[in-house]
Design a protein around this ligand. Structure first.
Ligand code: ZN
Length: 132
């Protein structure tokens, strides 16, 4: 079971207590009332959906009920850091590490498959035409 650290409760709790609430650190541009339809659609619906570290809003819906932010690896689903809402976005250096986390922080390279994906049990098997 995936455990998520709530920065308000200061506890690791099961993922079933949480709800993902979209991308974190989104800013509404100045003059958003004058945006074109396309610009408004991009603001509302287009997300980065990047591979590697992502910044997300989460809510401890079956706990304290508060919103917080998390840094999660989109491929491994590993939570690297959670922090209270309103705190600044952590910096990621060129090596894919959280800059403030120090040298012991895990490194993520978006161009390298994580070990779990290289495991034979998790490697997708190409289907032949006869199997489809
Ligand atoms: Zn909580």
């Amino acid at each position: 079971m995936l455990l998520i650290h709530c920065p308000y409760c200061e506890e690791e709790r099961p993922e079933l207590e949480f709800r993902q609430s979209g991308e974190a650190h989104l800013k509404r541009p100045e003059g958003s009332a004058t945006l074109s339809d396309r610009e408004a659609a991009e603001l509302l619906y287009f997300r980065t959906n990047s591979r590697g570290l992502v910044f997300e809003r989460w809510r401890h819906i079956h706990g304290c009920g508060r919103f917080f932010n998390a840094v999660r690896h989109a491929v491994t689903d590993k939570f690297v850091k959670t922090y209270k809402a309103g705190l600044p976005k952590p910096e990621i250096d060129a090596d894919g590490r959280l800059a403030a986390a120090g040298s012991n922080a895990p490194t993520f390279d978006a161009n390298v498959e994580p070990d779990v994906m290289g495991d034979a049990a998790h490697t997708p098997v190409a289907r032949t035409e006869a199997q489809q």
